[in-house]
Design a protein around this ligand. Structure first.
Ligand SMILES: *[C@@H]1O[C@H](CO)[C@@H](O)[C@H](O)[C@H]1NC(C)=O
Ligand SMILES: *[C@@H]1O[C@H](CO)[C@@H](O)[C@H](O)[C@H]1NC(C)=O
Ligand SMILES: *[C@@H]1O[C@H](CO)[C@@H](O)[C@H](O)[C@H]1NC(C)=O
Ligand SMILES: *[C@@H]1O[C@H](CO)[C@@H](O)[C@H](O)[C@H]1NC(C)=O
Ligand SMILES: *[C@@H]1O[C@H](CO)[C@@H](O)[C@H](O)[C@H]1NC(C)=O
Length: 401
């Protein structure tokens, strides 16, 4: 009797051991596959700063939702983005295996455990001296975004320490130093001068001041513990209908792709100076990896070789209402009119945004954003030339660039 019990017990034990070793072996196999295909040190979070090029809901939370047909292609409803779908920052998040970023200002349905987005449409680097209703620029300039980030960090750490239920919505403390910090801002600092009737020379003259303020923000974020930076330069402003419509140029100033050369030159001048600032910051912030991404070249290449890349001709807005560029500043994308007591959208989407580059005269379509992302993800337009997942590499050796 005793013997039988022992035998049964032994059999059970044998089964348990077999199962356990199978679990151990398969775990080891799974781990090594994961290591081979994924980064050993993936970013646990993204903190983004910028303007409408990367706003995922900030301005909408503060000043009202971006109207339909924004969001029509991917979210099938307005989603705080000025596009028919996803932005470059959305593709970046997706590529890093992270959820789309919640806007810091968005108090409804947000989850910040993998980062936060401080960008708002219409943001400038320098604080503006006008209200949004006067000039159209967001009051959430980069200095304000920095304050919000700093406060977000302090309070996230506090709340997680208290350990209440809110902690599942906030990043872990170590994420702040391990995160990727992305920046896409400057375009509106350039247009702000033109809106004040400044000449191109006058706009160029204040660019060093703008970039001085930009580098102070990078220094502050570094002081807070950030180490991995991914900085987009500014796009070809002169190819956007809102500039072409507002400041008509003579024929000699329009290039063969329909873009206004003076505005593109200003953007390139800004980028040249931005690159100098980045070189300076690398020397100063010795523990940082700062990647400068030439988004200008990618966007201009897309516009100038539209058909080669499966798009229709460059600079006409998909969503708008009339005018040479299908852009009318008083009736922008989503503008409505009351007809027989019924509200109808008069500035609507074109038939097929997937073959168009420019969405609403200011921003790019999801299809264009996806194409742009695909060009920059592998580092082909970056200095130093490293991929988005730069932490797949040994962080120490990246510093040597
Ligand atoms: C790589 O990481 C992503 C995102 O975390 C995950 O979905 C995927 O399963 C991982 N791949 C492997 C092979 O584990
Ligand atoms: C706003 O005003 C201050 C004080 O006059 C000035 O220093 C600053 O350059 C102005 N900002 C802009 C964006 O013009
Ligand atoms: C927030 O997202 C994280 C990561 O995806 C998840 O673990 C957590 O449960 C989410 N929190 C809530 C309240 O949904
Ligand atoms: C700029 O010039 C336009 C046209 O001359 C004028 O209507 C506008 O008031 C000027 N704006 C400023 C800020 O001076
Ligand atoms: C833009 O819209 C306004 C308001 O409807 C209209 O008066 C104006 O003629 C339009 N401009 C063009 C170029 O169509």
């Amino acid at each position: 009797m005793k013997m039988r019990v022992m035998e049964q017990y032994g059999e059970k034990l044998r089964q348990v051991i077999i199962i356990m070793s199978w679990v151990v072996i398969s775990t080891v196999v799974t781990c090594s596959v994961t290591e081979a295909r994924n980064c050993s040190f993936p970013y646990p979070a993204i903190f983004n700063f910028g303007d409408s090029n990367s706003d995922t809901g900030g301005l909408s939370a503060a000043f009202g939702q971006a109207p339909p047909p924004n969001g029509i292609t991917f979210f099938h409803t307005p989603a705080g983005r000025y596009s028919d779908g996803r932005l470059v920052i959305d593709f970046i998040a997706q590529n890093l295996g992270l959820p789309y970023l919640s806007a810091y200002l968005d108090s409804v349905g947000s989850n910040f455990s993998n980062g936060a987005n401080f960008a708002t449409a219409g943001s400038t680097i320098r604080p503006q001296n006008t209200t949004k209703s006067q000039s159209g620029y967001s009051p959430i300039s980069l200095d304000v975004q920095l304050i919000q980030y700093s406060d977000f960090k302090t309070r996230s750490i506090l709340i997680r320490k208290k350990g209440d239920m809110l902690k599942t919505l906030l990043p872990k403390e170590e994420y702040f130093s391990k995160a990727l910090y992305t920046f896409d801002i400057g375009q509106n600092d350039l247009t702000a001068g033109y809106k004040l009737n400044m000449t191109t020379e006058q706009v160029k003259a204040y660019i060093p001041d703008v970039l001085g303020q930009f580098s102070n923000v990078i220094r502050s974020v570094y002081k807070e513990g950030a180490r991995s930076f991914w900085i987009h330069n500014t796009g070809p402003l002169g190819c956007l209908p809102y500039m072409l419509d507002r400041y008509p140029m003579n024929a000699a100033q329009i290039d063969k792709f329909g873009c206004a050369t003076p505005f593109n030159e200003v953007a390139q001048y800004f980028n040249h100076k931005l690159k100098e600032i980045v070189v300076q910051l690398r020397k100063e912030l010795s523990e940082a990896t700062i990647v400068y991404v030439d988004v200008y070249t990618v966007k201009y290449t897309l516009i100038s070789q539209a058909q080669k890349h499966g798009f229709e001709n460059g600079v006409i807005a998909c969503c708008g209402h009339g005018g040479k560029y299908n852009f009318n500043n008083t009736e922008r994308c989503g503008a409505t009119k009351i007809v027989n007591g019924e509200k109808i959208v008069i500035a609507n989407s074109c038939k097929d945004p997937s073959v168009r580059i420019i969405w609403d005269g200011i921003h790019y379509t999801e299809a264009a954003n996806k194409w742009i992302f695909q060009q920059i993800v592998n580092g082909h337009f970056s200095d130093p030339s490293i991929s988005l997942k730069m932490d797949c590499h040994d962080h120490e050796s990246i510093h040597q660039y």
